[in-house]
Design a protein around this ligand. Structure first.
Ligand code: NAP
Length: 538
C-alpha cells in the first residue's frame, strides 16, 4: 500500500467513485472543506462519459456554453470551445484541462474499479475495496458514476462464435477501428446509433442498420465558434449560468410562456418552425409544456416532426420504416447531422427487426428470422442500464448488511436521488428519482447535486456527534410519492424506453428521472435550509 503517488491513505474522510463531471467537482469541493478525499476511476484517465464513449461521431447534444462548470471564473475565462456542440475529443480535453487546473489528478487512483463497499457500524465508516486490491476505510462514500455508464449488452445467441469485431459503442478502443470498405452492422438507433450511423455511412463498404424502434431526429445546427462568438457568449455566462438552474431541463431555455389553448394551430406551427430552425434540443425542452402531458398536443407536434423527417428521406419505403409512431419527446430525441440522409445512400440498408427479430449471431454475421447478413464488424449501440446499473455493479451493503442491488431489484426508490435509507453517509449523483438521472442537461444537474452533497457533508461535519447522516424511511417514501405524482402525469411514463427502465429485462418500472430541474433544486434547497429535514444526523 501507499506505493504509488496516487495511492490513497488507508483511512479517508471521503471516497469519490468516478472521475467525470461529478467526480472531478466532488473531489474539488470536498478537498476545499479540508477533508482527506480520494477518487477511484476505472478508466486510465478522467472524463467519465467522455472518456468511455469515443465511438465515431460522439458529441454533445448540449450547447458548449451550458456544458461546462460554472463555479470558476478562471475556468470559464480560459477554456475556448471550438463549436456549438463539441465532439467527444474536445469535451474529454476540457475535463482534462479542468483536472489539471484544479490539480485533481494526484487525488485519483486510475484503472481502479471499486467493486465493493460495506458500511461498518462500529467504525461509522465505509470499507471499500477495488479490483486492484486496494482497501480503504472512509467516512463518506460518493457515487459519481454518471447516469449512463453500465453498457447494455443484449445476450445475442452465438455472439461468441462471431469471427469479426464485436463491440459496444461505449467500449470503443482508443486507437479506433479501421472501418474503410468493411461490412458493418449497427444494432440500435438511439442517440448513440444515430451518431455512429451518420458518421460511418460514407466510410464503410456496406452498412446494415438493425432497427427495432425508429427514432425522431432533429437536424443539428452546429456552427464553428469564432473569437467574436466566444466573446459574446462569455458576456452572457453569468446570465446563462443562472437560467439553467431553474429551467425545466437544465438548459438556458424554458418552455413556451403562452398556454397551448390560447394559441391557434398556425401560431403553434410558427413556433415549431422557429424552434426547429435553431437545430437544438430547444425543440424538445423549449416547446409548449402541454406536449409532455397532453396527447392531442403531443400528436400535433409529433406530426410536425414526422413531416420534417419525411422530407429528408428519398428512398421509396424508407419513411415508413424510419419515421416513429410514438409521441415526440416521450423518449430522448437525438440531434443529428445527416442521419436520415445516410439512408438515402445505396450502401446503407435498414433491417427492420419489428418485421423479423435477430435470431442469433453466426461465425460470419447476424441471422434474423428471414435473412442472414454477412458482416466484418458488429457495433452494439444498444444503450445502458441507466441510473442504477453502474451503482449496482458494485456490491454495496448498508446497515445490517442490506444489499442495495437487492432492494433495487424489487423497487427503485431513493431520497431525492441523493441518498437511500439504510445506507448512511452514502451519497449518490445521477441516481434515480432526480433529474440528473435523465431529464436534464447533465452537467447542470450534477453540479447542483455535488454542491448539495458537499454542503450537506460540511453541515454533518459541524453538527453530527458521530458525523453520520441518513435519509429517513418516511422522507424517502414521501419523495417517491411526490416523484411518482409528478412523473406519472406525463406521457413519458406510458412509453417504453431507458427513461422508464423498460430497456432492461426485469428492471422494476418507474420513470427514472424526476421531471423539472428548477423545482428539484427548490426542493433540495428547502431541505437544506431546514437543517436537512428528512435526514437523521447523529
Ligand atoms: P438507447 O437510447 O437506449 O438506444 C438503444 C438502442 O438499441 C435502441 O434503438 C434499442 O431499441 C436498441 N436495442 C437495445 N437492445 C436491443 C436488442 N436486443 N435488439 C435490437 N435492438 C436493441 O441508448 P443510446 O443510444 O446509447 O442512448 C442513451 C442515452 O445516452 C441517450 O438517450 C442520451 O441521453 C445519451 N446520449 C447522448 C448523446 C449526446 O448527447 N449526443 C449521444 C449518445 C447518447 P428499442 O428502442 O426498441 O429498445
Amino acid at each position: 500500500m501507499n506505493a504509488s503517488k496516487n495511492t490513497p491513505p488507508e483511512t479517508l474522510d471521503a471516497v469519490v467513485i468516478g472521475a467525470g463531471f461529478a467526480g472531478l467537482y466532488a473531489l474539488h469541493r470536498l478537498r476545499g472543506l479540508g477533508l482527506n478525499v480520494h477518487g477511484f476511476e476505472a478508466g486510465t484517465g478522467v472524463g467519465g462519459t467522455w472518456y468511455w464513449n469515443r465511438y465515431p461521431g460522439a458529441r454533445t447534444d448540449s450547447a458548449s456554453e451550458v456544458y461546462q462548470f460554472w463555479f470558476s471564473d478562471e475556468l470559464l475565462r480560459d477554456w475556448n470551445w471550438s463549436e456549438r456542440f463539441p465532439a467527444q475529443e474536445e469535451t474529454e480535453r476540457y475535463l482534462n484541462f479542468v483536472a489539471d487546473r484544479l490539480k485533481l489528478r494526484p487525488l485519483i487512483s486510475f484503472s481502479n474499479k471499486v467493486t465493493a463497499a460495506r458500511w461498518n457500524e462500529a467504525a461509522k465508516a465505509w470499507d471499500i475495496t477495488t479490483d486492484k486490491g486496494e482497501s480503504v476505510r472512509s467516512r463518506y462514500l460518493l457515487s459519481c458514476l454518471g447516469p449512463l455508464s453500465e453498457p447494455k449488452v443484449p445476450p445475442f445467441k452465438g455472439h461468441e462464435k462471431f469471427k469479426g469485431t464485436f463491440l459496444h459503442t461505449s467500449r470503443w478502443p482508443k486507437g479506433g477501428i479501421d472501418l474503410a470498405g468493411k461490412r458493418v452492422g449497427v444494432i440500435g438507433t438511439g442517440a448513440t446509433g444515430v451518431q455512429v450511423i451518420q458518421t460511418i455511412a460514407s466510410q464503410v463498404g456496406e452498412l446494415y442498420v438493425f432497427q427495432r424502434t425508429p427514432t425522431y431526429a432533429i437536424a443539428m445546427r452546429n456552427p464553428k465558434l469564432t473569437d467574436a462568438d466566444r466573446t459574446a457568449l462569455r458576456a452572457r455566462y453569468g446570465e446563462l449560468g443562472e437560467r439553467v438552474k431553474f429551467s425545466l431541463t437544465g438548459f438556458a431555455f424554458d418552455m413556451q410562456p403562452k398556454p397551448w389553448a390560447q394559441t391557434t394551430k398556425e401560431e403553434r406551427r410558427a413556433v415549431f418552425e422557429q424552434l426547429y430552425a435553431d437545430g437544438s434540443l430547444i425543440m424538445w425542452g423549449g416547446n409548449f409544456g402541454e406536449v409532455l402531458v397532453d396527447q392531442a398536443a403531443n400528436d400535433e407536434l409529433s406530426e410536425f416532426m414526422r413531416e420534417k423527417m419525411r422530407a429528408r428521406l428519398t428512398k421509396p419505403g424508407a419513411a415508413e420504416k424510419l419515421v416513429p409512431k410514438y409521441g415526440f419527446g416521450t423518449r430522448r430525441p437525438p440531434l443529428d447531422i445527416g442521419y436520415l440522409e445516410a439512408f438515402n445512400r445505396d450502401n446503407v440498408h435498414i433491417v427492420d427487426l419489428l418485421e423479423s427479430p435477430i435470431e442469433c449471431c453466426t461465425e460470419t454475421g447476424i441471422k434474423t428470422g428471414n435473412a442472414e447478413y454477412p458482416l466484418d464488424i458488429i457495433i452494439l449501440a444498444t444503450g445502458f442500464d441507466a441510473a442504477t446499473g453502474a451503482i449496482c455493479a458494485i456490491d454495496i451493503r448498508g446497515r445490517d448488511g442490506v444489499e442495495l442491488r437487492k432492494l433495487w431489484d424489487r423497487d427503485i426508490t431513493t431520497a431525492m436521488g441523493l441518498q437511500k435509507h439504510g445506507f448512511p453517509n452514502f451519497f449518490t449523483s445521477a441516481a434515480p428519482l432526480a433529474p440528473a438521472a435523465a431529464f436534464c442537461n447533465v452537467p447542470t444537474c450534477l453540479q447542483q447535486q455535488v454542491e448539495w452533497i458537499s454542503d450537506c457533508i460540511a453541515y454533518v461535519e459541524r453538527n453530527g456527534k458521530d458525523k453520520v447522516i441518513e435519509a429517513t424511511q418516511a422522507f424517502e417514501d414521501k419523495w417517491v410519492k411526490h416523484h411518482d405524482d409528478v412523473t406519472g402525469a406525463t406521457l413519458i411514463a406510458k412509453v417504453d424506453s431507458w427513461w422508464t427502465g423498460a430497456n432492461i429485462e426485469g428492471k422494476p418500472r418507474r420513470v427514472l428521472s424526476y421531471i423539472h430541474v428548477g423545482n428539484y433544486r427548490k426542493h433540495c434547497e428547502d431541505v437544506a435550509s431546514k437543517g436537512y429535514e428528512g435526514f437523521e444526523i447523529r
